[in-house]
Design a protein around this ligand. Structure first.
Ligand SMILES: NC(=O)C1=CN([C@@H]2O[C@H](COP(=O)(O)OP(=O)(O)OC[C@H]3O[C@@H](n4cnc5c(N)ncnc54)[C@H](OP(=O)(O)O)[C@@H]3O)[C@@H](O)[C@H]2O)C=CC1
Ligand SMILES: O=C(CO)COP(=O)(O)O
Length: 320
């Protein structure tokens, strides 16, 4: 709806005929964005081949568990010049690969790729409220093309060239949002929330540096920006999952009640796998995973965090 608002002829593909008809004809998405009017020029279809074959630019927004199959489905129909961007946040489930690695493998060399990420609740974007995101690509011109399409009177799109850092920030903030949600669900107070956000940012920065990424990406919209939004904004599904767990609900009950994708349930595993591979301790992320897998209760998680040894805030400099 943002692209259509910017007068780009835009077609959204979906697999559910009823939802597609509602978007195409009534300009609404009653299942996922009830009550938010969509741009009238936005077209919707269930015909993936036709939608892809007519596009100069592809923006994938399926959940991470559907990313690989969606790219396989669209690849044969992609026009030779059409670059592929995605707003999906997470890793490929199972392999733990970054999504740009998956895209490179499926689409082959030479296809322009870009990550769109940042603090952007879909509902607020659709309502036309001011939002800022960042578009990262190895191909500077493609980053600019995607940013130009998204950028408009109420939407700022910055550019960068650190795809891995941008993807790591978008994935990790979902796990850390569960931690602050749990803390708030247990009514542990505002100090606890700020402490978790800051030490969570530290986990993001250390993992990114271990992977060879650049700290500045995580200090920007892709990291800090999205971390603050998701840890504090009740529109976040990941935060709401934490709130429910902190109040004593089970994982199954909470996920069913939210009724939308909650990326952290899968991403917690992949983050810990990356941390283990690089010999990093990520205490908040580790406890979130343990609570999500119902191996420990939120109260046990809290006790373990508070019982950790006292130490310098930055033992080996800022980013050892
Ligand atoms: N919502 C937000 O504010 C933001 C979300 N994101 C990221 O975007 C991604 C999608 O999130 P979001 O749209 O909010 O999730 P939702 O749960 O709201 O919607 C998921 C959508 O993806 C579709 N879908 C699920 N599986 C498949 C599949 N195998 N093939 C085709 N379509 C599929 C669903 O269709 P169906 O109804 O048929 O199941 C539905 O339309 C996530 O990675 C999220 O982290 C990024 C920034 C902001
Ligand atoms: O990524 C998002 C906002 O930038 C949406 O967060 P949730 O998936 O937690 O709702």
């Amino acid at each position: 709806t943002l692209l259509a608002r910017h007068e780009y002829p835009t077609v959204i593909w979906g697999r559910n005929a009823e939802q597609v008809a509602a978007i195409d004809q009534r300009h609404e998405n009653p299942r996922y964005l009830p009550g938010v009017p969509l741009t009238e020029s936005l077209r919707a279809t269930t015909d993936l081949a036709a939608a892809v074959a007519s596009a100069d630019l592809l923006l994938v927004v399926t959940p991470s568990h559907a990313f690989t199959e969606t790219l396989h489905a669209l690849a044969p129909h992609r026009r030779a010049h059409a670059g592929v961007a995605w707003a999906t946040k997470g890793f490929e489930p199972g392999s733990g690969r970054f999504l740009h690695e998956v895209a490179e493998e499926i689409l082959g060399p030479g296809v322009p790729l870009a990550v769109v990420t940042g603090p952007s609740f879909a509902k607020e974007v659709a309502q036309g409220l001011p939002t800022a995101v960042t578009v990262h690509s190895d191909d500077e011109q493609f980053a600019q093309t995607v940013a130009n399409a998204l950028h408009g009177p109420a939407f700022r799109a910055y550019t960068g060239n650190d795809m891995m850092g941008a993807e790591l920030g978008g994935a990790m903030k979902n796990v850390l949002a569960v931690a602050t949600g749990i803390s708030d669900g247990m009514a542990l107070g505002l100090n606890a929330r700020a402490g978790l956000i800051t030490r969570g940012l530290n986990e993001m920065l250390r993992l990114n540096v271990a992977l060879g990424g650049r700290a500045e990406t995580l200090m920007g919209l892709a990291g800090l920006g999205d971390l603050v939004l998701t840890c504090t904004g009740d529109l976040s599904r990941n935060r709401r999952l934490g709130l429910a767990l902190g109040r004593g609900q089970s994982l199954g009950e909470a996920v069913a009640e939210i009724g939308q994708v909650v990326e952290s349930v899968q991403t917690g595993d992949e983050v810990m796998r990356l941390g283990d591979r690089h010999g990093l301790e990520l205490p908040i992320s580790a406890l979130v995973r343990a609570v999500l897998h119902e191996k420990i209760t939120p109260r046990e998680g809290l006790q373990r965090l508070l019982a950790r040894e006292q130490k310098p805030e930055y033992p080996d400099g800022l980013f050892e």
